[in-house]
Design a protein around this ligand. Structure first.
Ligand SMILES: Nc1ncnc2c1ncn2[C@@H]1O[C@H](COP(=O)(O)OP(=O)(O)OP(=O)(O)O)[C@@H](O)[C@H]1O
Ligand SMILES: [Mg+2]
Length: 287
């Protein structure tokens, strides 16, 4: 992919704690360090968890995503390199972006415009979005080519699907016609639990071809690594967590290489899909 503009992938889910940040960091780490891809991780969450995870103290960074989006700073001046990865850090400053940009007519495309200048330097730019469908996620979706939905295999996790898909569709229609959902990745997965398998199967049925064959198993090493500021490759490269992200990264590359990703308009209307999934789950539960 050298020379061409990198793919921008927004990792989203408005539900908190589903594995967005863990996946952004560790998928990015494998792509960069083991598969030779040029990767930029960009933090769009005022919590700064992605920055924290790779050991960048979000509050100690002089310049951050806030400066890029609100002040129009050149992102190449903000990028830091750690563990062989380029990263655009964020911190709490970003929490006021929505307010600070209220009057800015071009606000929705500010991230896309900022990334345009540096896309050519990367194969993949992964955007770690916050747990909301507010302005920051909209900025991410407007800047993205692909959406990767991180998900937990729980009944309640299905409840937000229609809202999530609607947001993707709306941003696509208004700002970014090429935007498409490239995959759904189940994280913190416990395959021994019947419900988890059922949820995954239902989502697969409704989004054929979208669900990653690899699931990320629950693995304590993945939960421990951020407190040391390390990717899983640095913390425990032989752990199940590292193995799972290696598999995901290979699958991710194969999807792009083979262009097996269907267009976003392959989906039935989002509300119908959610209603359908919930209905069939209710039937299975009562059996
Ligand atoms: N496969 C896993 N096994 C065990 N723990 C995990 C796994 N994936 C993530 N975690 C842990 O679960 C918590 C939530 O994960 P993470 O921060 O990646 O989710 P998130 O979707 O980014 O959350 P937020 O919505 O707050 O940004 C973290 O403590 C993380 O270390
Ligand atoms: Mg997060």
């Amino acid at each position: 992919m050298t020379g061409s503009a990198g793919k921008v992938v927004a990792v989203i889910n408005q539900k908190g704690g589903v594995g967005k940040t863990t996946s952004t960091v560790n998928l990015g780490a494998v792509l960069a360090r083991e598969l030779g891809q040029r990767v930029l991780l960009a933090d769009l969450d005022p919590q700064g968890s992605m920055s924290d995870h790779i050991g960048l103290d979000p509050n100690a960074t002089e310049a951050s995503m806030y400066d890029v989006i609100v002040e129009g700073m050149d992102p190449s001046k903000v990028i830091r390199t750690v563990h062989g990865l380029d990263a655009l850090p964020a911190n709490l400053d970003l929490a006021s972006a929505e307010f600070d940009l209220a009057q800015a007519e071009d606000r929705n495309t500010r991230l896309r415009d900022a990334l345009a200048a540096i896309r050519g330097n990367y194969d993949f730019i992964l955007l770690d979005c916050p747990p909301s469908l507010g302005l920051l996620t909209v900025l991410g979706l407007a800047a993205a080519d692909e959406v990767l939905v991180a998900m937990e295999a729980e009944y309640l996790a299905l409840r937000g699907i229609s809202q999530l898909m609607q947001t993707v569709e709306r941003v696509g229609a208004a700002l970014n016609p090429e935007l498409r959902v490239s995959g759904v990745l189940f994280c913190r997965f416990d395959g021994r639990v019947t419900l988890a398998r059922q949820v995954r199967d239902e989502v697969e049925k409704h989004f054929p071809g979208k669900v990653f064959a690899t699931t990320i198993r629950r693995n304590i090493r993945l939960a421990e690594a951020p407190s040391l500021g390390l990717t899983i490759l640095d913390y425990d490269p032989r752990s199940a967590g590292a193995e799972d992200y290696r598999m995901v990264a290979r699958e991710f590359m194969a999807r792009y290489a083979g262009d097996v990703i269907a267009g976003a308009d392959d989906f039935a209307p989002a509300e119908e899909v959610e209603a359908d999934i919930l209905a069939s789950m209710a039937t299975t539960e009562s059996q």
